[in-house]
Design a protein around this ligand. Structure first.
Ligand code: ADP
Ligand code: MG
Length: 701
């Protein structure tokens, strides 16, 4: 099958004030020479002069012009690192790591020495570090320990156009400290042209524009909407590979799962192409990919072959990959969305904005004229896509940020200097949530629990779960669970040809239907018992890399426990205490079984389902025939035996349905016992609880 594309428009190339450096670019040059060929190089001295003359500068330049890799080096060369480190923030972990690696190479130093990076749970810096790439979230956390950022002489807030939540909060904080730290230089850099807004916010800071350089890009649209963009992306890649002239392909997908799927299918389909067709080298890139494999996307493509990079929107502006000539843009990305009315947060696959679509297209015109294949129609582009992505601060749960700001002593959140203020409803929700978690008191002040929670670089619900483990004497188990949850959904490995084996191996950790949280704990403990054996991981279809990461995270959480003076104690014989600690953090995420087998969240009712990957769903799938299960669900009283009546979940993901991921059974009276200010008896009213003597419920209050 083929996809028909129509060429509708050509995105003009940009060539403002071309410079001689362009012609000087030849293939085999040392890295130092290569640095001189970047568009930013001719502006080096001018830029340094501007930094000298002004405290705050807005820098705008096309992706690939050298902002991220060069500016910190220029500042270092000009002596700024003598007074303190140069920080450069990135919205994404992978970008921070990858760029730091590149810059350490360019400077000929070992990564982690003069040039390092710092991301959550991974600090690759040392006493020697002068240039520090870090996620915006990490710099935000550094304020907690060092409110004036005294270790830094320059802070570069990079990729400012992404407007992540942490970047937006950083804006307010760095703007504030710049007032009393006149020696601190601030650079705000962005790949898009909305610099005026940044300049206005930073009291009319000057805008330094690095003239762009880009070749024209032909835009092709599909004639008709594509029902399945994954399939369409695969077909398009193969179509390009077979029919188009040499040049690498960049495909934008929404996340790891999609990337792995496309990777697998492409490998499968190219196997049958025969020797007449050039080799297609497939390079995935996403946050959880091991570093060695991440580096693969930057390796030059061998003569006669073609590279296809499968990336998330990290490749939109954060990473520049040379040699890309074709871009395949399905038009989607995964974004967090939050409904302040219901307090529900969910990761959604959403259409991208026009601004993103144009950034994506631009990636094909860096080294020569390019082509962008949009897997949607021109009508969709013009009529359905928003102009810009809504800043994260306006579509996310703010509990974490509010907790951080409160710990920084910023109490008046309504008057905080936001570039774009969050909806007041969302602020209120965050305060309510923190109050319910007992992190804030009625006056909105940080409690002891709240202060302890703020020490953990985790979502407040997870930090609360950890702090609550003190009471239930199960901190040892709880930090293992928290680490496993923090790794994400990459613990279990499920190869296509061995799904049954993998599922069975997974089921073994859920013996007794203990639920997903305890199953994760069982995985961790079993691995630990084998002395962290790699072989054991293979045998049990567990990703060893994820486990090692969980172990690193756990080590750090253990250190933080000590800092907040919570003793390590274990209570493995009483799983209910562990579940109660989980419930102490996640009682907002409680749901009750419905007659049709779905669940309904307790407060702000919404219909949700157990994710098919959950142990609680697996059990049903394997034990009972599908039809029989449906029959049982019809006879509601039996359904209770199939699905737990009451559950608490870690997160919601919306795919075909709103799914709960990581689910554990709970007892409804725990809710009233643990969160009496949030749940009353009527919320957990239930035939089974009704039979309970009245007094029992009351005493819990
Ligand atoms: P900007 O921040 O303006 O988008 P960068 O500083 O990230 O630009 O990139 C400048 C150039 O450095 C890119 O065009 C690319 O050639 C090179 N580069 C950046 N990161 C890497 C890397 N990890 N490996 C190889 N080359 C890289
Ligand atoms: Mg950059």
């Amino acid at each position: 099958d083929q996809i028909d594309f129509v060429k509708v428009s050509v995105m003009d190339g940009i060539d403002e004030e071309p410079n001689e450096a362009e012609e000087a670019k030849t293939i085999s040059k040392g890295l130092q020479e290569e640095r001189k060929t970047l568009p930013i190089y001719p502006y080096r001295d001018e830029l340094l002069q501007a930094v000298k003359d002004h405290q705050v500068i807005i820098i705008v330049g096309e992706t690939g012009s050298g902002k991220t890799t060069q500016i910190p080096q220029y500042l270092h060369e000009a002596g700024y690192t003598k007074q303190g480190m140069v920080a450069c923030t990135q919205p994404r972990r992978v970008a921070a790591m990858s760029v730091a690696a590149r810059v350490s190479q360019e400077m000929g130093v070992k990564l982690g020495h003069e040039v390092g990076y710092s991301i959550r749970f991974e600090d690759c810096t040392s006493e020697k570090t002068l240039i520090k790439y870090m996620t915006d979230g990490m710099l935000l956390r550094e304020f907690l320990g060092e409110p004036d950022l005294a270790s830094y002489s320059v802070v570069m807030v990079d990729e400012a156009h992404e407007r992540t939540l942490s970047t937006d909060i950083l804006f307010g904080l760095v703007k504030d400290i710049a007032r009393f730290r006149k020696d601190l230089k601030l650079l705000i850099s962005s790949a898009t042209l909305d610099a005026e807004k940044f300049s206005d916010y930073f009291d009319s800071a000057p805008i330094f524009k690095i003239p762009g350089r880009r070749f024209p890009v032909e835009i092709h649209y599909t004639k008709a909407p594509e029902a399945d963009y994954i399939d369409a992306a695969i077909v398009t890649v193969l179509q390009i590979h077979v029919t188009q002239s040499p040049g690498d392909i960049l495909v934008f997908l929404t996340g790891q799962e999609e990337i792995e799927t496309v990777d697998e299918i492409l490998k499968h389909r190219t196997r049958g192409l025969g020797t007449k067709i050039a080799e297609l080298i497939i390079c995935p890139i996403y946050a959880n990919l091991p570093t060695e494999l991440q580096a693969k996307i930057f390796e030059p493509t061998p003569e006669g072959a073609r590279k296809v990079v499968l990336a998330t929107n990290i490749a939109e502006t954060s990473l520049t990959i040379d040699g890309i000539k074709y871009v395949v843009d399905p038009g989607f990305c995964k974004i967090k969305s939050y409904n302040p009315r219901t307090g529900m947060e969910s990761l959604l696959i959403n259409p991208i904005s026009k601004a993103s679509a144009n950034q994506r297209a631009g990636r094909s015109g860096r080294t020569g004229p390019g082509k962008c294949f949009r897997l949607y129609t021109a009508y969709n582009y013009y009529n359905d896509l928003e102009d810009n992505t809504v800043p994260e601060i306006q579509r996310t749960n703010l509990a974490n940020v509010v907790l951080t700001l409160k710990s920084l002593g910023i109490h008046d959140l309504v008057n905080f200097d936001f570039m774009d203020p969050p909806p007041s409803e969302a602020l209120l929700r965050a305060l309510e949530q923190l109050f319910a978690l007992n992190a804030l008191n009625v006056k909105g002040e940080l409690t002891k629990t709240g202060r302890r929670m703020a020490e953990f670089p985790l979502d407040p619900m997870l930090s609360k779960m950890i702090v609550a483990s003190e009471k239930y004497k199960c901190s040892d188990e709880i930090i293992s669970i928290a680490s496993m949850l923090s790794v994400g959904n990459s613990i279990f490995y499920r190869p296509k040809d061995k799904q049954v084996h993998a599922d069975n191996a997974r089921m073994n950790f859920n013996t007794g239907n203990v639920g997903d949280h305890i199953a994760l704990l069982n995985v961790y403990n079993s691995w630990k018992e084998t002395d962290f054996s790699t072989q054991w991981c293979y045998e049990n279809y567990i990703q060893v890399r994820s486990m090692k990461r969980a172990r690193d995270i756990r080590d750090q959480l253990e250190g933080l426990l000590e800092r907040v003076e919570i003793e390590i104690s274990t209570n493995l014989n009483d799983l209910d205490t562990i579940k109660k600690a989980i419930t102490s953090g996640f009682f907002h995420h409680a749901a009750k079984l419905q007659k049709n087998g779905s669940y309904r969240t307790l407060k702000n009712p919404q219909t949700v389902y157990i994710h098919p990957s959950s142990g609680l769903a697996q059990l049903n799938k394997n034990k009972i025939d599908q039809d029989l299960q449906r029959l049982l669900i019809l006879l509601f009283c039996y359904a209770a035996q199939v699905h737990p009546r009451w559950v608490v979940y870690h997160e919601l993901v919306l795919t075909t349905k709103e799914y709960m991921r990581q689910v554990t059974e709970l007892k409804p009276d725990w809710l009233v016992e643990i969160a009496p200010h949030y749940y009353q008896l009527k919320d957990v009213d239930d035939p089974t609880t009704k039979k309970m003597p009245r007094g029992q419920g009351k005493s819990a209050l």
